[in-house]
Design a protein around this ligand. Structure first.
Ligand code: CA
Length: 370
């Protein structure tokens, strides 16, 4: 019922956007007669994803996005979802969509740092933007334009399509009381956060989700991060590690993305382009809302039923992570022109928005718990 209303709202929103740009489009039609609305024509797209099919939160978020597009377009644009490995291996999704093997992809931008290190700024940066701030940067702070430019080089058009919110710091079998306790620790952590671990004397390991439990159980790794209570409860990490650390300094609001083959997107009639954009925005909000709700429930289960001990990283450890992160991220920015440009914009936005966040969200959250 609620979802029906929401989708109806999305349709009205898409219609309003279409109406608002109608005058402009009349002019565009004269210049570009190839782009026309053909209400009878059915278009079928394939969405390749980096997730196992139906993976909670992330894979189901991709399913939801496809459903929104199919329903909001009244069936004119049907999107079929494929899990990682079904069309192409998960980490080849970017290339598959760029080349048109699939028309859409769903993943996280830091998987593509081999294509361009600057992509990492559109997923998660240690001590970077929260989910709300990331949305603000992309939608209202100039982030989308930079992202469009970066992905256009690969024949892709990117959209925000989900967010996990702030993640947890990870599962440990021993307490972290000082930075010395991190030295020599083998911990599963991908991306820039892993580079930070390495710089403070730990050994980061990149393991796919399905291998983490066994690695932790066998002692091949000493600690692991994954996502947050909802996903971590499902993986059963509490059976092996009792200390659950916060905050997730390394992934403060990981953005998930959808990217569309740019030629396929440009070929869509303008109203279907708006449907895709509005569906991504709806999916973005939907995933963050689901994670927020389910994390709260799962956290209560972890502490109430499984006796998990919540621990906050000590301030001096967090300070060390932060100063190291600035160096690690600074090195990425110094590596190439695109990274420099995106990082400078990202850092300037973080500087401006963080003061407001401290005064509003952070201050309120602390006041609520007085
Ligand atoms: Ca993670």
């Amino acid at each position: 019922m609620e979802r029906r209303k929401f989708i109806a709202g999305g349709l009205v929103g898409a219609a309003a956007l279409t109406a608002a740009s109608c005058g402009k489009r009349e002019e565009e039609k004269k210049q570009a007669p190839a782009v026309q609305t053909d209400a009878g024509k059915k278009i079928e797209w394939r969405m390749a994803t980096t997730w196992p099919k139906n993976f909670p939160g992330l894979g189901t978020g991709a399913n939801q996005l496809a459903k929104y597009i199919s329903e909001m377009s009244g069936g004119r644009l049907e999107v079929s979802v494929f899990g990682g490995g079904e069309i192409v291996p998960a980490l080849e999704t970017f290339d598959a969509v760029a080349q048109g093997t699939a028309q859409m992809g769903h993943g996280a931008a830091y998987y593509w740092k081999g294509k361009s290190p600057a992509t990492q700024f559109f997923a998660a940066v240690p001590f970077g933007l929260s989910a709300q701030e990331m949305n603000a940067w992309i939608y209202y702070g100039g982030g989308q334009k930079l992202w469009d430019e970066l992905y256009a080089e690969h024949n892709l058009k990117p959209f925000l399509a989900g967010n996990t919110g702030v993640q947890m710091g990870g599962w440990f079998n021993r307490e972290v009381n000082s930075l010395d306790d991190m030295k020599g620790l083998i911990m599963r952590m991908p991306g820039l956060g892993g580079d930070v671990l390495s710089a403070v004397g730990a050994t980061p390991k990149l393991l796919p989700g399905g291998e983490i439990f066994t690695a932790l159980e066998s002692g091949a790794i000493d600690a692991t991060e994954w996502v947050g209570p909802y996903n971590d409860l499902a993986f059963g990490f509490y059976k092996i590690a009792k200390f659950y650390y916060y905050p997730g300094w390394h992934e403060p609001g990981t953005a998930l993305e959808s990217f569309v083959n740019k030629s396929a997107y440009d070929d869509l009639p303008a109203d279907l382009q708006q449907v895709v954009a509005a569906a991504c925005q709806a999916a973005n909000m939907d995933m963050l809302s689901e994670f927020t709700a389910r994390n709260g429930e799962a956290l209560a289960t972890l502490t109430g039923e499984h006796n998990v001990q919540l621990k906050r990283f000590p301030d001096d450890v967090l300070r060390a992570f932060k100063s190291t992160a600035e160096e690690v991220v600074g090195d990425v920015a110094a590596g190439d022109a695109a990274s420099r440009k995106v990082y400078d914009a990202f850092a300037a936005f973080r500087e401006k928005v963080s003061g407001w966040t401290n005064l509003s969200e952070t201050s309120y959250a602390l006041a609520r718990d007085l």
